[in-house]
Design a protein around this ligand. Structure first.
Ligand code: RIB
Ligand code: CA
Length: 309
């Protein structure tokens, strides 16, 4: 029996989602992968999850989920992840396609069949919200819902106040944050501490392996965007942080906080409002918020996952 934590990765691959799949394959015991529209369209996020499954030689199910948010229309991030989601990386079309288009039903069934699974959403929270609607008891059966999303200090990326995953489906995020599930939030305040770029890509490329080559291309594309966007050479590797929060929690510092999702604000829709007022905070501390990362150790683990894939 593996001592690696049992994990379901819910994702929208996505350059950094692909990195999260590499990290999860190495350090977690992957129960399955579910996909959601987000960075790019659902057909691409799902095909990319299947491509990564084959690249890594994984025998796990991939289930496609929601193709848009609970309310409104999908915001995509083609400018960050490329037209089909993996930047310039071209992987063969997957021989094995998704195992179903019923990610929501599968999430309910898988967490009924086995308690203590870590559910790690690193895209919009639509699938997770719909699964909680279908079976609120899911919140009590999972070991954690460890989210890449939001931000602890009001730092946004898609707007001044909102992070993309929460902004893409604020209603879903609001339902998840009010569900009573054991939440951990790996927000932008944390993920911006963990940055990788061309230098890491060169090391990966020198491995001479298919996964090393893929990671090198993902990092090269990601670096070009962040150089233009932020004038920095290394880009934040958001999604692997959520995987590592489960597999290596000792690398992070957390605090329990009340966190609310803004769904109405003209300028703040999609913002995660973290109440830092201590004893005066309003409402239950519903979320374990990550504040600090041992970035060097986290990056070393991502590089190890690529090396040992
Ligand atoms: O804001 C960063 C998040 O949005 C990451 O999960 C990235 O993959 C995108 O989905
Ligand atoms: Ca993502």
């Amino acid at each position: 029996m593996s001592d690696r934590p049992r994990m379901i990765l819910d994702c929208d691959p996505g350059v950094d989602d692909a990195m999260a799949i590499i990290a999860a394959a190495r350090f977690a015991d992957l129960v399955g992968i579910t996909t959601v529209a987000g960075n790019v369209e659902l057909e691409h996020t799902t095909a990319n999850a299947c491509r990564m499954r084959e690249l890594l030689g994984l025998d796990v199910e991939v289930h496609a989920g929601a193709d848009g948010p609970l309310v409104g229309v999908q915001e995509f991030a083609h400018e960050v992840h490329g037209a089909t989601g993996l930047g310039d990386l071209v992987l063969p079309d997957p021989a094995r396609g998704p195992d179903s288009d019923g990610a929501v039903e599968w999430l309910v069934e898988a967490t009924r069949a086995e308690e203590g699974i870590h559910l790690v959403p690193v895209g919009p929270l639509t699938n997770v919200a719909l699964a909680l609607r279908a079976d609120p008891g899911l919140a009590d059966r999972v070991a954690s819902v460890t989210i890449m999303g939001g931000s602890a200090v009001g730092v946004g990326n898609v707007t001044a106040a909102a992070e993309f995953n929460v902004y893409a489906d604020p209603e879903a995020a609001d339902e998840v944050f009010r569900s009573g599930a054991p939440l951990t939030m790996m927000g932008l305040n944390l993920t911006h501490q963990v940055r990788m770029g061309s230098a890491h890509g060169a090391v990966c490329g020198a491995l001479g392996t298919p996964v090393g080559d893929a990671m090198a291309q993902l990092l090269e594309f990601y670096t070009v965007f962040h150089l233009a966007e932020e004038e920095v050479v290394d880009g934040p590797v958001h999604d692997p942080c959520a995987v590592l929060a489960v597999t290596h929690p000792e690398l992070f510092e957390f605090g329990m906080r009340p966190v609310h999702v803004e769904v109405d604000g003209a300028h703040t829709r999609g913002m995660t409002v973290v109440d830092e007022r201590g004893p005066r905070a309003e409402g239950p501390a519903n979320c374990r918020v990550a504040y600090r990362a041992d970035a060097e150790a986290a990056i070393d683990l991502v590089m190890q996952a690529v090396r040992e894939a």
